[in-house]
Write a protein that binds this ligand. Sequence first.
Ligand SMILES: Nc1ncnc2c1ncn2[C@@H]1O[C@H](COP(=O)(O)OP(=O)(O)OP(=O)(O)O)[C@@H](O)[C@H]1O
Ligand SMILES: [Mg+2]
Length: 338
Amino acid sequence: MSVGIDIGSKTIKIVELEKEGNAFRLRGSGIVGYQGVSPEHAKDAKELLALGNVIRKLHQDARISTKEVIIALPETQVFTRTIKFPLLTDQEIVSAVKWEAEQYIPIPINEAIVQHSIIERRENTTPPEVAVLLIAAPRNIIELYVKTVQLAGLNAVAVETELTALSRSLAPEGQTILLVDFGARSTDIAVVKSGQLSFTRTIPTAGEAFTRAVAQTLGVELSQAEEYKRAYGLSGSQLEGKIRGALDPVFRMVVDEMKKAIHFYQTEEKGEAPESVILAGGTAGMPEAISLLTKYIGMEVVIANPFAKVAVDPEVARALMPYAPLYSIAVGLAMREA
Ligand SMILES: Nc1ncnc2c1ncn2[C@@H]1O[C@H](COP(=O)(O)OP(=O)(O)OP(=O)(O)O)[C@@H](O)[C@H]1O
Ligand SMILES: [Mg+2]
């Protein structure tokens, strides 16, 4: 049994998977919205405890069988960078990362946890090079997330980044894709080549920004704006196109960032263009988001289904399907090898 918990800024998701040979079966899942703040924004122990209690209840309600859980750090709290070395051996790369990481990450090295993975060995470039992905997180942020789940009575056995988990649950083998987590507070974007993260970027524009735009443009309360957003989204036909008019500029901004990510990947990494976009997170469900993104970005866009490779009881599946994109990170965490 393996359990993933995704602590988002608006909702928390939990998933328990059982490994059956090379496949997985869903053993439990749950999602809960909460009003508080995420761990890094907690002002005091009381706020952190409140969050811990929300997680404790979610874990109980979902009848998760183990207290050992895997958690993710939000992309806003981690630094991800591609660096290049001459064609060193794996062992040499370990030392090179150890000695050189400091110059690439903006936090003091003794206050950070640094991990790396090899993206690609390029023997045919001049000079030949190896591209390495560096992921660094502040130690105190990791401790804060570990503490939060401890307050829920749980034990964090592993911590990774959201996009690492997301690429595990969603990225197809043998293809280069753009992976987008369209959440509440942030939109996280990654280029993933054959399951390997190659480039990441995060912007502070997502669901909440859309709701604010509707509230401001139409002069309505946030709760009303949220309802309009969910009901009509980017379809132009309602309220004389006013909702779409309010959402469209924000949407274009996010699409521009996706285009920039692709451009950066193609120029800096000489990578081939992604074949498609996979859209995860709650905001992926905004009406007409898929069709408009397809139009703006000019390639195939599909909505994330992290359960595609997971056996799910038919009845559970029916209830779960509308929320599938929201579970992408939690599923990816639970799929992690122990
Ligand atoms: N049908 C829908 N149409 C439009 N927006 C939706 C819909 N359903 C959910 N959302 C939005 O999705 C967001 C919540 O998604 P999600 O749970 O992925 O966010 P989160 O993980 O808590 O946030 P973040 O990852 O940014 O910290 C909210 O902003 C909500 O308004
Ligand atoms: Mg999220």
